[in-house]
Write a protein that binds this ligand. Structure first.
Ligand SMILES: N[C@@H](CCC(=O)N[C@@H](CS)C(=O)NCC(=O)O)C(=O)O
Length: 208
């Protein structure tokens, strides 16, 4: 996993909700070899099951972990939440990707790993510094999205009323968005974020 990766956080939060131990290994951003050795390609997250078999899709990993013992993600799922998550993940990338390498995260612990990330993200998004300079514009554009979520949240304990895959879709995106210093969550979004992070026992990432 990478510490900054929201898809990895889906898996981590599921294990935490289930009070199951998940042995986490953060790889350096340029450590493609380890990933290729495990699954034949560069992809994150990878879950190595207890039987030694790897899994590659984060939602499959979530379902697998939730299926151990009594499931907890049994509440309703709403198409509006999936749609919100799809749009928001695209919209927040230009705010979050340029910030991750500033947070002192373990996947960027060497200069080579750090530069590897910068180079590969620059290919997708363009100049990361220029994106950081546009922060205020991007935050203005994101505000209606957060208001939309505020209207959709049914409870601080579960976005759709009872814990479900909807929480797995939403919470990791909020954790990522919260790396933007100055980003204000609307009241219900803030309550939901704080309640859920406390429940799973994770601190937010630093904000810059
Ligand atoms: N559908 C996969 C997508 C996984 C994925 O896109 N992972 C990204 C990281 S967020 C990745 O491996 N990117 C390649 C890279 O980091 O070089 C899942 O949900 O697990």
């Amino acid at each position: 996993m990478f510490e900054h990766c929201s898809l990895c956080f889906r898996v981590r939060m599921t294990a935490a909700l289930k009070r199951l131990h998940l042995q986490e290994t953060v790889v350096l951003d340029d450590d493609t070899d380890t990933l290729v050795k495990l699954v034949g390609k560069r992809q994150i997250p990878i879950l190595m099951k207890d039987d030694g078999q790897p899994m590659l899709e984060s939602m499959d990993m979530v379902r697998h972990i939730d299926g151990i013992g009594e499931p907890v993600l049994t509440g309703p799922e709403r198409p509006e939440i999936s749609a919100w998550a799809d749009v928001t993940a695209n919209q927040t990338a230009r705010l979050t990707w340029p910030r991750y390498p500033l947070l002192g995260l373990p996947e960027f612990a060497t200069a080579a790993a750090h530069d590897h990330y910068i180079m590969r993200k620059r290919k997708v998004l363009g100049d990361l510094v220029a994106h950081r300079a546009n922060t205020q514009d991007y935050l203005r554009e994101l505000a209606p999205r957060l208001d939309e979520l505020d209207d959709l949240i049914e409870s601080p304990q579960a976005v759709s009323g009872r814990l479900s895959l909807d929480d797995i879709r939403v919470l990791p995106l909020l954790r990522s968005a919260a790396v933007v210093k100055g980003l204000q969550f609307p009241q219900k979004v803030r309550d939901y974020f704080e309640t859920m992070m406390t429940r799973i026992g994770y601190q937010p990432l630093p904000a810059v």
